[in-house]
Design a protein around this ligand. Structure first.
Ligand SMILES: CCCCCCCCCCCCCC(=O)CC(=O)SCCNC(=O)CCNC(=O)[C@H](O)C(C)(C)COP(=O)(O)OP(=O)(O)OC[C@H]1O[C@@H](n2cnc3c(N)ncnc32)[C@H](O)[C@@H]1OP(=O)(O)O
Ligand SMILES: NC(=O)C1=CN([C@@H]2O[C@H](COP(=O)(O)OP(=O)(O)OC[C@H]3O[C@@H](n4cnc5c(N)ncnc54)[C@H](O)[C@@H]3O)[C@@H](O)[C@H]2O)C=CC1
Length: 310
């Protein structure tokens, strides 16, 4: 008993010097990223409530998490099915779903937003949550491309706001970019970094600049790939094959675009084009815009650059 007490005292004194440890997490957005973030937070012992605009979407999101967890169990616990079932059950017990974000945010330690890549919608969401969330609650966006400063601009809690940029698929990709802007406090930055590590990721940090680190380098590469296709210089399949076999990438640019979602990629390029209309790199792709207009959003809709229909 004595040992446990002193360990508890030590852990409390450590965390007391920082904002209270994050126990309850609210993930807003039950799509590709929100489900993955919910999963890794729940897997690491956090209580998580995943919210979206309809019960149908959050139910589908929960099913996606269960499927993903089964893949993790199959791989990690192949020699111990009993432990695997325990891991699955304990993770699922940590997850709640809801559609009333204001009610959920009223008792949470961290809000992670993973909704549509649209500045106005993100700003409206955070502005409403800022009025109901407890004073200590930290806000974070998983945005791919929007300035954290701009997303935070509708909130009072500028010091308790940062970026937590996860990578797709979240259960597999080992990186989280922790992003701070001018107003982000040191305590908030440290809490976000601690959380990223607590969910099993390697964290890197960067300034609130377009695309942070990875996307700042990835978007130009992928945009040049689609220009190459539009110029008729090579097929999508050959460009993908070339980058996998020639550069060792796990996916080629068109496979990756289908994986990320053509809607999200369109929003990203559109946003950067508006910020810097003279930058030819960010000139929107007519081909991508045509595919999105036709509802071909990639794997999420069954067809993008490639067809995924069974
Ligand atoms: C070209 C058009 C230009 C358009 C404009 C450009 C705009 C630019 C957009 C920028 C992107 C913005 C997105 C963003 O903000 C940041 C990102 O996330 S970038 C994307 C980062 N991710 C990647 O690059 C992924 C690369 N791919 C891979 O790593 C692998 O292909 C992948 C892991 C996805 C699949 O692995 P693979 O070996 O190929 O096949 P498997 O499917 O068998 O998986 C192997 C193994 O991995 C585990 N696993 C896979 N998926 C999951 C999952 N969802 N959940 C849990 N576990 C998973 C699993 O154990 C698998 O083994 P099984 O036996 O199959 O279970
Ligand atoms: N797709 C990817 O590979 C990556 C995407 N991101 C970023 O994560 C965010 C989400 O992207 P995805 O998960 O791919 O999108 P998605 O389209 O799969 O999911 C977005 C979800 O947000 C919900 N939503 C929209 N408005 C909402 C609101 N007001 N309140 C609650 N829910 C709302 C939608 O119903 C949808 O379920 C975007 O900001 C994106 O840039 C970041 C890293 C990788």
């Amino acid at each position: 008993m004595a040992f446990a007490t002193s360990a508890l005292v030590r852990s409390l004194s450590t965390s007391a010097s920082r904002q209270a440890a994050i126990k309850h997490v609210t993930v807003i957005g039950g799509g590709l990223m929100g489900t993955g973030i919910t999963q890794v937070a729940a897997q690491s012992g956090h209580n998580v409530t995943m919210c979206d605009v309809s019960d149908d979407i959050v139910q589908k999101g929960l099913a996606r998490i269960q499927d993903s967890l089964k893949r993790v169990v199959k791989k990690k616990y192949k020699d111990d099915p009993t432990a695997g079932q325990k891991f699955f059950d304990s993770t699922m017990e940590n997850i709640r779903i809801d559609t009333n974000v204001e009610r959920v945010a009223a008792s949470t330690d961290l809000v992670i937003e993973a909704i549509i890549e649209n500045l106005d919608i993100k700003q409206k969401l955070f502005s409403s949550l800022d009025k109901v969330a407890p004073q200590h609650t930290i806000f974070a966006s998983n945005t791919s491309s929007l300035p954290i400063k701009d997303i935070a601009s509708t909130c009072e809690r500028q010091d308790r706001f940062g970026g937590l940029h996860f990578f797709n698929p979240v259960p597999v990709m080992k990186l989280v970019e922790v992003v701070r802007f001018g107003a982000t406090s040191n305590e908030t930055f440290q809490s976000l970094t601690d959380f990223g590590q607590a969910v099993g990721k390697t964290t890197v940090s960067c300034k609130d600049t377009p695309g942070f680190i990875v996307n700042r380098l990835l978007v130009p590469y992928m945009m040049e790939a689609v220009r190459m296709l539009e110029r008729g210089e090579a097929s999508a399949r050959d460009i993908d094959t070339a980058m996998k076999l020639g550069a060792g990438y796990p996916m080629g640019p068109f496979e990756l675009c289908d994986y990320v979602g053509l809607d999200t990629t369109k929003f990203i390029v559109q946003g950067w084009h508006e910020l810097d209309p003279d930058q030819p790199l960010f000139k929107p792709s007519e081909l991508v815009n045509k595919l999105v207009a036709e509802g071909k959003l990639g794997m999420k809709s069954g067809e993008g650059f490639y067809s995924y229909k069974k």
